[in-house]
Design a protein around this ligand. Sequence first.
Ligand SMILES: [Ca+2]
Length: 170
Amino acid sequence: MKYLLLLISIFCILFSCSNENRTPNISNDFESLGHWAPNTTQLVTGDAHTGKYSCMVDSNNIYSLTYKGTLKESFNKAISKIEAGVWIKSKNANAKGTLVITIEDTQGVKKYWKGFDTTTLAGDTWTYLHGETEDLSNSNLTASDQLFIFFNNTSKEEILIDDFEIFFTQ
Ligand SMILES: [Ca+2]
């Protein structure tokens, strides 16, 4: 029994619990923009997690390029959970920020907000920041509500982000 539980745990770590084995419903590697707010001055070259471009957030642009779409065009099914992930990197030890998932009604009134803070970023390593909502089944969300997902640089230090991923659970 003990070995069975161990095997299940290993399987979970290797497969089910890893985003790398799931296909996101929405993603952006910043090589093209699609539904993401088009502030192209934030696209930089020279250091990217994948491809040629990443998105820079600093004291001039504290918000990253932002995913914006109605819940209908984003998933088109009832949503119980939203997960978001992004790869981030900064060489400054004081750099920090928050990955934000927020939902507004058609009048711009906030119905939901949740932020996920970075841990230490300093160095040359890309770090994956991931967050997920609690159960949204009883949040009175409607198909016309607007979903926004972005990274907020709360430190004003230069941070690069790349490869946004968004997952929806029905
Ligand atoms: Ca890229």
